[in-house]
Design a protein around this ligand. Structure first.
Ligand code: IPM
Ligand code: MG
Length: 356
């Protein structure tokens, strides 16, 4: 089969890790007899240099003509945040892209590979028990997109406003994604909210509990977000699927991926109603390590694996990538510094291809 993939490598380590993911996907194509057409397009600071925009129309056109988007990372150094090239770059590039394709369900796996137990920042006993969590984050609603927003007034009366809004429809559709995912995992959904304070969370909890009735085989409970962030470091093994709104999901997915050893391990899939999806590492562009050839490419490679599974219906090809990653990690030798090794980005990519 032939597929068109929009490749948006982006900034800093983005192109470095993307090169390894493409290499791995080409190896998969060869092994399983598929042809991937990779169409590169600019996003973020890289797009700014060329078009004075962070998400140019040319890029959206390429995405529209593809089966899926593989994205690297967007953004610049904190010290340059106020320069036009980097000003609001993430929100200008990523948020409208997610919204444009209605990619409301963001899947972020956080699994502790046994070989990486020593890289886990939690206590040894907790790391040894292991964990395998899937965060399902709502991605196109909530406080990220709610109106009104903005600033008004002046002096001490100047105000800044963000609004957390959720409709029944938005909650329902992402809840279904979480329950369906749980059905083929360990059959448990923990929904995160702040229903002791926020009205949007009260609706969230009501709707999730209604949707739960359609899935009698899946256990469902709700947890306040403050408690959940604490439970995650105390006993991560209790979680299977974590369902959360946009901002709580943003926070808790970094925490969940962080305890797997490194943000450089966090893959993600952002999905809508159809098979089209956007696949990106959940970490950022890491300007501090860019150009050194030491960025961990596994999040990007595993994101490519998720793309095969969710957008291109290639379950066995996707599993082959995961197995190859596991094999390389188990080998114990080829690892980037963030997970306790001294290999380069390219050596890791080569090892995955070899393992495939
Ligand atoms: C993420 C990022 C983005 C988000 C930022 C960069 C806009 O943190 O993908 O988790 O908050 O969604
Ligand atoms: Mg985030």
């Amino acid at each position: 089969m032939e597929f068109k993939i929009a490749v948006l490598a982006g900034d800093y380590i983005g192109p470095e890790v993307m090169a390894e993911a493409i290499k791995v996907l080409e190896a998969v194509g060869e092994k399983f007899n598929h042809t991937f057409h990779f169409n590169e397009a600019l996003i973020g600071g890289a797009a700014w240099d060329e078009y004075r925009e962070h998400l140019p129309k040319q890029t959206l056109d390429i995405c529209e003509n593809s089966d899926a988007i593989l994205l690297g990372a967007v953004g610049g150094p904190v010290s340059e945040q106020l320069k036009p090239k980097w000003l609001n770059v993430s929100t200008n590039a990523l948020l409208p892209l997610r919204k444009r394709f209605d990619l409301f369900a963001n899947l972020r796996p956080a699994k502790l590979f046994p070989a990486l137990a020593s890289a886990c920042p939690l206590k040894k006993e907790i790391a040894e028990r292991g964990f395998d969590i899937l965060v399902v984050r709502e991605l196109t609603g909530g406080i990220y997109f709610g109106e009104p927003r903005g600033r008004d007034g002046s002096g001490d009366e100047e105000r800044a406003v963000d609004t957390m809004v959720y409709s029944r429809r938005e909650i329902k559709r992402v809840a279904h994604v979480a329950f369906k995912a749980a059905q083929v995992r360990r059959k448990k959904v923990t929904s995160i909210d702040k229903a002791n304070v926020l009205t949007s969370s009260i609706l969230w909890r009501e709707v999730v509990e209604e949707v739960a009735r359609d899935y009698p085989d899946v256990a469902c409970d709700s947890m306040f977000v403050d408690n959940a962030t604490m439970q995650l470091v105390r006993d991560p093994a209790q979680f299977d699927v974590i369902l959360a709104g946009n901002m709580f999901g943003d926070i808790i997915s970094d925490e969940a991926v962080g305890i797997t050893g490194s943000l450089g391990m966090g893959a993600s899939a952002s999905l809508g109603e159809g098979t089209f999806g956007l696949y990106e590492p959940s970490g950022g562009s890491a300007p501090d390590i860019a150009g050194k050839g030491i960025a961990n490419p596994l999040a990007q490679i595993l994101s490519g694996g998720m793309m095969l599974k969710y957008s291109l219906s290639m379950e066995k090809e996707s599993n082959a990538i995961e197995k190859a990653v596991e094999k390389v990690l188990n080998g114990g030798k080829v690892r980037t510094p963030d997970i306790g090794g001294s290999s380069t980005t390219r050596e890791v990519g080569d090892a995955i291809v070899e393992a495939l």
